[in-house]
Design a protein around this ligand. Structure first.
Ligand code: KIV
Length: 266
């Protein structure tokens, strides 16, 4: 078994210009497939509310759901960095609430890092968690827990104010001690500029190839969930099975071939 990927590993990968590969998983079986392919990070995303539980959004997902799926993934993984999502309303109330929830994800869910949505407003919470030994991944842009506020799943940061808010948010999260930031569904040029302004890695999903790494929802890249978003690719096309599709994804991200221009927003 090769050594576990840690927050230090991904920091070094950014510095060396090595692309960071990440996919979601929600159970031990798929975690093992991703791990054996050599993926750098597995995200136990609250997207499980949609692709596993069949809800219309991520909002109904509970902390117990996240702990359960995170624990399942942990049983199947020996190598990848495990990042678990803090679900809707498990951290927005106060830093103390976020600490209790993050603690549960790490103790019961065996996650190595927690992810939370939001920019500048969440910076004090990130600082509170990091000071208490919890590695945090930020998530800005199209933050799915805010779908009703956005009026749908819409690309963010297209106007000057929105772009500025995202830049300020990214810097505030870094300043607060976040170890990584997911950039979701934002214009490619904005993602490039945010990535260049940070010392911590950015992981893009619909944010273009200049991010330090890429993440996709597993069901999207296997072509087995609803209408695929513009930013994804069905990696089963032309491959001979799930392991081969995951290998193809890793290879495409590492070489910079994915995402291509048709997966990006202006
Ligand atoms: O929940 C999730 O899968 C996510 C990714 C879309 C980044 O947050």
């Amino acid at each position: 078994m090769s050594q576990r990927v840690t927050t230090n590993t991904v920091a070094k990968m950014k510095a060396a210009g090595d692309k960071i590969t990440c996919l979601t998983a929600y159970d031990a079986g798929f975690a093992q497939v991703l791990d054996q392919a050599g993926i750098d990070a597995i995200l136990i995303g609250d997207s499980l509310g949609m692709v596993v539980q069949g809800h219309e959004s991520t909002l109904p997902v509970t902390l117990d759901d996240m702990c359960y799926h995170s624990r399942c993934v942990a049983r199947g993984s020996q190598r990848a960095l495990l990042i678990a999502d803090l679900p809707f309303m498990s951290y927005q109330e106060s830093p103390e609430q976020a600490l209790r929830s993050a603690g549960a994800l790490m103790k019961q869910g065996r996650a190595h890092m927690v992810k939370l949505e939001g920019g500048e407003l969440m910076a004090p919470t990130v600082e509170f968690l990091v000071a208490r030994g919890i590695p945090v991944c930020g998530h800005i842009g199209l933050t799915p827990q805010s779908v009703h506020q956005f009026g749908g799943y819409r690309v963010q940061g297209r106007d000057a104010d929105g772009a500025e808010q995202l830049k300020v948010g990214a810097l505030a999260l870094q300043q607060a001690g976040a170890a990584m930031i997911v950039l979701e569904a934002i214009p490619r040029a904005l993602a490039r500029s945010v990535t260049e302004s940070l010392t911590i890695p950015t992981i893009g999903i619909g944010a273009g190839p200049e991010c330090d790494g890429q993440v996709l929802v597993l069901q999207d890249m296997l072509g087995i969930y609803g209408t695929p978003p513009k930013f994804t690719r069905d990696f089963t096309q032309g491959t001979s099975g799930i392991q081969a599709a995951v290998d193809a994804y890793l290879q495409a991200v590492k070489s910079g071939e994915f995402p291509a221009s048709e997966h990006c927003y202006d």
